[in-house]
Design a protein around this ligand. Structure first.
Ligand code: AMP
Ligand code: MG
Length: 396
């Protein structure tokens, strides 16, 4: 593992192997967070008719100020058929059709009602509180384009135009395999030398949030047969994520068994800490990630590499981790050979984000990591970064 790739090189090699998954028709109700594969054009104007934006009175502005006869009501979904004549008003509610003849709506707060008449003491300009047809969406205009994430607002806009389904990229099937003879599921008693299996659950949480349909297999013991059985099954998925067993120990069997099962290794080893012995390969279109077993290493590897791959598979056009600028709150020494991904507490001050490394930076310290709200990227180097240095961090 002498020729370690940089983090950017490793990500580029991964993304070069991603083929965006095919599109399928999805009902809007199931499309949240997916990515559109098509341009959707509105077949209607929104609003579809001239409507009121206030509760009040639809009137003719030429009649104002004045006292007008209330001749009808127009409620949302129950339009008035009347045509407004001189010195007449129609009571109107928000979202109701503005009747023929009316050119403005006076809010109820600015009128005085006496019996069947309404007095409007001030002149009012035309078109006040009237929403024009097509004022939000014009017929024929594009609502979403390929690569657009189906955000809540986009789903709302599509539904507002009467659209019920959209072509969206398929959800990637992700299978997670934890490896390690020492691993026991939470809830069972531990024998001497055993620990609880925590990576599977944690990685599933990251990858479900990134749009994956995740299956977790039972932890595989450190034998070639156990690895082969699990990996064979896992390789049916679009993405395989293993944890553990990718380092240089005698029980690190993941790469060996993957090679035997036809996985072409693209790289092994990234110049980063934690998470150096990360492996990536492919079998056909299946992407295969070997994350180290230490929980913080596995988490960092998932955030920096697996999550972007999932986003790219699902059609996101900008899948790279969204690092942001911040200022170091305390000095930090650089590592000569590896970029350091330091767990940090991020607070917001007058100068933007302030990034303060937490206590407990060892790669098994997953519980300490819960105090971190950001992952600070400290580039390798021979010196030390003083407090106030500009760094980039990934919000956690
Ligand atoms: P490995 O990469 O297999 O050498 O594992 C490195 C360290 O991470 C060891 O201390 C393992 O016991 C621990 N470890 C491996 N897999 C898991 C897991 N799924 N959950 C929690 N700890 C693990
Ligand atoms: Mg192991």
């Amino acid at each position: 593992m002498s020729n370690l790739l940089s983090v950017d090189e490793a990500l580029a090699l991964i993304l070069a192997r991603v083929e965006t998954l095919p599109a399928e028709r999805v009902m809007l109700a199931a499309a949240a967070t997916r990515v559109s594969a098509e341009t959707v054009v509105s077949a209607v104007d929104v609003p579809p008719f001239r409507s009121s934006s206030m509760d009040g009175y639809a009137v003719r502005s030429v009649d104002l100020p004045g006292t007008l006869a209330i001749v009808d009501h127009s409620a949302a979904g129950r339009p008035s058929d009347a045509t407004l004549g001189a010195n007449q008003a129609i009571e109107i509610s928000t979202g109701a059709v503005v009747p023929e003849g009316a050119d403005t709506v006076v809010p109820v707060e600015r009128v005085e009602v006496t019996g069947d008449t309404v007095t409007i003491p001030e002149p009012v300009p035309t078109r006040d509180n009237i929403r024009e047809p097509g004022g939000d969406v014009r017929i024929g205009s594009a609502l979403v384009s390929p690569g657009d994430v189906l955000t809540p607002a986009r789903l709302g806009a599509l539904a507002a135009c009467g659209i019920e389904s959209v072509m969206a990229h398929r959800v990637p099937r992700v299978t997670i395999v934890a490896t390690g003879t020492e691993l026991r599921p939470p809830g069972e008693p531990l024998a001497r030398g055993q620990i609880y299996e925590s990576n599977g659950l944690m990685l599933a949480a990251v990858l479900e949030a990134a749009g994956g349909a995740v299956t977790r297999l039972a932890a595989a013991e450190d034998t070639e047969d156990a690895h082969a059985a699990s990996l064979e099954q896992a390789l049916e998925a679009d993405v395989v994520v293993t944890s553990g067993g990718v380092s240089v120990g005698p029980h690190d069997l993941v790469r060996l068994v993957q090679a035997r099962l036809g996985v072409e290794e693209v790289f092994w080893g990234v110049a980063m800490r934690p998470g150096k012995p990360l492996a990536f390969g492919c079998r056909g279109r299946t992407l295969v990630f070997g994350l180290p077993g230490n929980p913080v290493s596995a988490l960092v590897g998932a955030l920096l590499f697996v999550r972007p791959a999932l986003l790219a598979l699902t059609g996101h056009t900008d899948p790279a981790p969204p690092f942001r600028p911040g200022l170091l709150a305390a000095p930090i020494s650089q590592r000569p050979e590896r970029d350091d991904f330091v767990r940090a507490r991020v607070t917001w001050g007058e100068d933007g984000a302030l990034v303060e490394p937490i206590v407990g930076q060892e790669s098994h310290m997953i519980a300490h990591t819960t105090a971190a709200t950001g992952l600070a990227w400290i580039p390798r180097g021979s010196g030390s970064l003083p407090a106030g240095s500009r760094v980039r961090f990934l919000p956690l």
